[in-house]
Design a protein around this ligand. Structure first.
Ligand SMILES: *[C@@H]1O[C@H](CO)[C@@H](O)[C@H](O)[C@H]1NC(C)=O
Ligand SMILES: *[C@@H]1O[C@H](CO)[C@@H](O)[C@H](O)[C@H]1NC(C)=O
Ligand SMILES: *[C@@H]1O[C@H](CO)[C@@H](O)[C@H](O)[C@H]1NC(C)=O
Ligand SMILES: *[C@@H]1O[C@H](CO)[C@@H](O)[C@H](O)[C@H]1NC(C)=O
Length: 497
């Protein structure tokens, strides 16, 4: 018994000892486990929540290093194409008949308002969402009041007012996206009054330009300029005016790493903090350039006025589109129209350039109607930008150097090119509303805004060279900044219509 009891008591002690040790160990492990979880959780989750993952960049597309024709791009041609706007003034009597209306169809269109509705808010947390909605309401009430004052005001009828406080929107030489050809101050231009003009509509004041607000309106969207080198001029301006709204300016970049040069026809700039892009697609005519082989075995250029330009696949992806064409329709092969214009497989031996322009715009209008969804896309057409050549044309010694003030009076102020009337006709017949950025008249004033001899470095500034002057494009900062200011104002109006 005692043996059994002693023999059984010894193992019993061991068993209870082992049991309590095991229990302690289990208890200890559990506590460690729980403690670790509690300690780790709070430090892990905010890490996930607060550090945003970088957005996947848009897929990189192979870029043609050559022109759409397959020819290397003719850099000089890009710079010097133009004509005096007076040439286009075919029928000045009709000017008074055309209704003065700032936003032809767009303001009547309620669909357009959805563009500013920021659908991406839905993805965010509920409390954050409420907060933003409240903020947005306060903002939009303020905005509403601003927009109310613009009602019935023709933004494009007015005058230039000197205002060194608001303009320039960025300092000369401060923006890395200005092409050499438009960087007038760096190229030696000494006078600076041309930098300080702001546009003042007769019936209202433009709301002050607000780059941050403009970027907010572009959040999650893409803005694309499609057209010739005048639109590249405007594109560079757009990059510069929006850049001023960035706290950290290194957070915008060209997604393929390209610097802007006139030889390249496609750029995509990403604004990382606003998840938006600003893009340029070169398309001189908006319709399709091609080539044909002649009897001598050479190739000649052709223009298919019934087919949309090859780059149209890119246009489809943009939320906001800004088109232009015009300056390439007035010179050389385009004006002569010999064995150049094409419809279907037929090449016209001779065809009128104005009629070709009209048909090309119809082709463009039809494409817009068939491919653009006005619920989430908005289309602008930027009107003809006037040139100011004295004593000759762009290719025959015309000049504009030494102009330091805008035109004050004279017939040039009222010139409205036939091309613009054709644009208005095309837009009127479209189903998709197009906002006409009717800048022709405001550019008529600005004979002082062109690069003239400062499209290239000219540091002595006095010697006037005999080479071609650029009296078509614009110095930056300069006139295209105002066009972009008008796009900003149009977006404000659009959001409240
Ligand atoms: C510009 O817009 C931003 C964002 O909408 C706003 O917070 C800011 O107050 C505006 N700045 C001015 C000077 O109005
Ligand atoms: C960025 O914008 C695109 C639309 O362009 C949208 O699909 C995407 O969800 C946005 N990303 C973020 C992080 O908001
Ligand atoms: C772009 O320009 C910058 C500054 O001029 C230069 O450092 C850089 O190498 C250029 N990049 C390319 C891809 O040409
Ligand atoms: C555009 O402006 C011109 C004046 O330069 C005017 O004659 C024309 O009617 C305007 N077009 C529209 C659609 O407002």
């Amino acid at each position: 018994m005692s043996t059994s009891s002693s023999s059984s008591s010894f193992p019993r002690t061991i068993v209870s000892y082992t049991l309590s040790t095991s229990l302690f160990i289990v208890f200890f492990l559990c506590s460690v486990f729980l403690f670790t979880r509690r300690a780790l959780e709070p430090s892990l989750s905010p890490y996930h929540a607060d550090i945003p993952l970088p957005d996947p960049r848009p897929p990189i597309e192979p870029l043609p290093s050559k022109d759409l024709n397959g020819k290397p791009h003719d850099a000089d041609a890009d710079l010097t194409v133009d004509t005096n706007p007076n040439q286009d003034e075919a029928d000045p009597r009709r000017d008074g008949d055309v209704a003065v209306n700032t936003q032809p169809k767009a303001t009547e269109d309620s669909d357009g308002a959805e563009l500013a509705a920021k659908p991406d808010l839905e993805d965010e947390g509920a409390s954050r969402k409420e907060e933003s909605v409240e903020e947005n309401n306060a903002e939009s009430a303020e905005e509403q009041a601003v927009v109310e004052k613009l009602r019935g005001c023709d933004l494009y009828k007015g005058s230039w007012v000197k205002d060194g406080d608001e303009y320039p929107l960025y300092q000369p030489g401060s923006c890395p996206y200005v092409d050499d050809a438009f960087d007038c101050q760096r190229n030696g231009r000494r006078d600076s009054d041309y930098l300080n003009w702001r546009w003042k509509p007769d019936g209202c004041d433009l709301p002050r330009f607000n780059a941050t607000d403009f970027l907010e309106k572009l959040r999650g969207k893409s803005l694309m300029l499609v057209g010739d080198s005048m639109n590249r001029n405007q594109f560079e301006s757009m990059l510069c005016v929006l850049r001023e709204g960035l706290a950290d300016k290194s957070r915008m970049y060209e997604v393929h790493g390209h610097n802007i040069t006139k030889g390249r026809g496609y750029f995509v700039f990403k604004f990382e903090d606003y998840n938006c892009t600003v893009e340029f697609v070169r398309s001189h005519f908006l319709v399709r350039e091609g080539v044909r082989a002649n009897a001598q075995g050479n190739t000649n250029p052709t223009l298919s006025i019934d087919r949309i330009d090859k780059s149209n696949g890119r246009w489809k992806r943009a939320n906001i589109l800004v088109f232009n064409t015009g300056h390439w329709w007035v010179h050389g092969k385009t004006a002569r129209g010999k064995n150049y214009y094409k419809e279907g497989d037929f090449i016209y031996p001779k065809f009128d350039a104005t009629e070709a322009y009209r048909r090309a715009l119809k082709t463009w209008a039809k494409w817009i109607d068939q491919n653009v969804n006005p619920k989430n896309q908005l289309v602008f057409y930027r009107g003809y930008s006037s040139a100011h050549f004295r004593g000759g044309e762009w290719d025959s010694g015309g000049s504009c150097n030494g102009e330091k003030e805008p035109v004050k009076k004279g017939s040039i102020l009222d010139s409205y090119p036939l091309k613009m009337k054709i644009v208005e006709e095309a837009i009127k017949e479209m189903q998709v509303p197009v906002i006409l950025l009717n800048v022709t008249k405001l550019t008529n004033f600005r004979k002082d805004g062109h690069p003239s001899i400062y499209g290239k470095i000219n540091l002595d500034g006095k010697k006037v060279s005999s080479r071609k002057q650029d009296c078509s494009h614009w110095c930056l900062p300069g006139v295209p900044d105002v066009w972009n200011h008008l796009i900003y104002v149009s977006l404000l109006i659009q959001a409240h219509s």
